[in-house]
Design a protein around this ligand. Structure first.
Ligand SMILES: CC(=O)N[C@H]1[C@@H](OP(=O)(O)OP(=O)(O)OC[C@H]2O[C@@H](n3ccc(=O)[nH]c3=O)[C@H](O)[C@@H]2O)O[C@H](CO)[C@@H](O)[C@@H]1O
Ligand SMILES: C=C(OP(=O)(O)O)C(=O)O
Length: 536
């Protein structure tokens, strides 16, 4: 990353006067480097929820000096970087190439104790996009600290949204300016996430024309955007795709009532339609809507914002929109059913006695019923409500069990079916069960294919076609070295299989896991797993 080849550092304090960015090389490189580091300092400061003045106090300097650093107009020394890193509690610069992260996993021993489910990635990204609708302040509580959230935050900040974490780094306050800097959008961050597509719904209220980088994400095969275009057309949005960008034009239609029939019961397309309907006056009926957990979180937030939303939890949503949404809203994101399923799977495949606390059981009902059929012994605590006052939670305690393959195939369906993102975990569980299980992922072109990596650890996983795998167990798991598949859930499945395997395995290039899981390794270690994180 950084070549440090310049005279020894002498500066010990930050000069007080304001200067324009220097074109001459600064001690730590060029003006461009100073500008890049300045941007890093600004982001790290905002992540910490500090004002420039507060950071200045920590550095014993002036606010204008901090402003100068952030603008790239300050010569940077190692000593100054050290002080900044300390003040921001964040390593701003590392010398040498930043290598990928790997895991060394020594498995074959049961986990123990309990683990608490974190809030969901998918609700977080929807709510971050929804905050764009609000002229008031949005405070999102219990936000998962994951890379997917950071990517959307990077995009939001690049267009001028202020996003500040509280001191504990859990609650996020967002304030949207009157004018968005859409030309300044961080295209790199945007292209790394599919969720960027949910900017379309809010932005169609903000500009008559705008551009948005193409949506990206995991390698799961082609994922259509056409349903989003169809859903947003009744709001006057027309989108053309050009060289890596969507070019959007908006021609608002004044109608009292519109009915949107979704061609797919997708989660983000339902959310996009909700986001568009929220600020469109009159009534919008959305049919074939997803009633999945993240959609419910979004509906609850919109209700707090003053939008009328009826039909929560059903496939017909009736939205009464308002042209101006201006409220200080405080919303706590609910627990992630996919995290819960991942943690349950960790316990199941390691034959553990384990309690998964705050599991959103309402969104795990089919999963638990299938597991019961497979012979899993577990208990559920009495139910209680999540902090959003709506989602039903319970603590689920699993016991070591003799598992058998289910008689029928396992396949996902839109909620209230078995969650599409929970399906991959059934491959690892089926490999631990006696008999053959057919797993049918009709949804994604490429996700089932990644599950064949489980064979590296001794599982009998046969790919029948791109959508179906036949898993025959029980498996005598054995350790191996595997490169992480480029897809979030299959990557975690391989990690969990390694926890079940005797001996030491290595999982390479695990960075993708941080896209959707917060402190997963640390939490598994707390439960007794042996996982070491290392990088090249
Ligand atoms: C940020 C977010 O919330 N992501 C979730 C969301 O993505 P998202 O809503 O983006 O999912 P997609 O729209 O990509 O749908 C996934 C795939 O299923 C197909 N499809 C979907 C619905 C349907 O009724 N028919 C159909 O064929 C789509 O064509 C696509 O190939 O939903 C997916 C499916 O639950 C989840 O895996 C993702 O974690
Ligand atoms: C496919 C997933 O999400 P995304 O839509 O963010 O790619 C997932 O969470 O497994």
């Amino acid at each position: 990353m950084y070549e440090i080849a310049w005279p020894p550092v002498t500066a010990t304090e930050i000069p007080a006067e304001t200067t324009a960015p220097s074109p001459a090389p600064s001690p730590l490189g060029t003006a461009a480097s100073a500008a890049r580091i300045g941007a890093l300092v600004r982001d790290a400061r905002r992540h910490r929820g500090l004002t420039q003045q507060q950071l200045a106090e920590r550095l014993a300097t002036s606010q204008s000096a901090v402003a100068r650093i952030e603008q790239g107009g300050q010569n940077l020394t190692l000593e100054l970087l050290g002080r900044l890193s300390e003040a921001l509690d964040s390593e701003l610069i590392s010398v040498g190439p930043a290598g990928p992260t790997h895991l060394r996993v020594t498995g074959g021993t049961p986990l123990r104790g309990s683990v608490t489910v974190k809030s969901s990635k998918n609700a977080a990204v929807a709510l971050l996009c929804a905050a764009l609708l609000n002229r008031g302040r949005t405070t999102l509580r219990n936000v998962a600290r994951i890379v997917e959230v950071d990517r959307i935050l990077d995009v939001l900040r690049s267009i001028g949204v202020s996003a500040t974490w509280d001191g504990a780094g859990r609650d996020l306050t967002l304030v949207v300016p009157d004018e968005l800097d859409l030309a300044g959008i961080d295209a790199d961050a945007a292209r790394r996430t599919r969720s960027i597509i949910m900017f379309l719904g809010p932005l169609l209220h903000r500009a008559r024309t705008f551009r948005l980088p193409y949506a990206g994400g995991c390698d799961l095969g082609t994922r259509t955007v056409e349903p989003h275009m169809i859903a947003l057309r009744p709001f006057g949005l027309d989108v053309e795709a050009h060289a890596g960008e969507y070019h959007a034009t908006v021609d608002p239609r004044a109608t009292e009532r519109r009915t949107i029939v979704l061609t797919e019961r997708g989660d983000t397309v339902t959310e996009n339609a909700l986001l568009a309907a929220a600020r469109t006056e009159g009534t919008t009926v959305i049919r074939n809507a997803s009633s999945n957990y993240m959609v419910q979180d979004l509906c609850l937030y919109l209700q707090l914002l003053g939008v009328g939303v009826e039909g929560l939890g059903t496939t017909t949503l009736t939205v009464t929109g308002r042209a101006v949404l201006d409220a200080d809203v405080d919303y706590t994101i609910s627990e992630d059913p996919v995290e819960a399923m991942s943690l349950l799977t960790a316990g199941i495949v390691t034959n553990s006695e384990l309690t998964v606390r705050r599991a959103p059981v309402e969104f795990l009902e089919i999963e638990l019923a299938v597991l019961a059929e497979m012979g899993l012994r577990f208990e559920r605590s009495p139910e209680y409500l999540a902090d959003n006052g709506h989602t039903r939670l319970a603590d689920v305690t699993i016991h070591p069990s003799q598992l058998k393959a289910p008689i029928d195939k396992i396949h996902p369906m839109p909620f209230p079916g078995l969650n599409i993102d929970n399906l991959p975990f059934f491959a690892v569980i089926a490999a631990s069960a006696t008999g053959s299980t057919l797993i049918h992922d009709w949804v994604y072109d490429n996700r089932a294919i990644h599950l064949s990596d489980l064979t590296r650890l001794g599982a009998d996983v046969r790919l029948m076609d791109p959508h179906r795998v036949l898993v025959t167990g029980p498996t005598r798991w054995r350790s191996a070295e595997v490169v992480c598949p480029p897809a979030l859930r299959p990557a975690v499945c391989i990690l969990l299989a390694m926890l079940a395997s005797r001996g030491t395995s290595v999982l390479r290039n695990v960075d993708i896991i941080a896209r959707g899981y917060e402190h997963l390794y640390e939490r598994l270690v707390e439960m007794g797993a042996s996982i070491e994180v290392f990088s090249d």
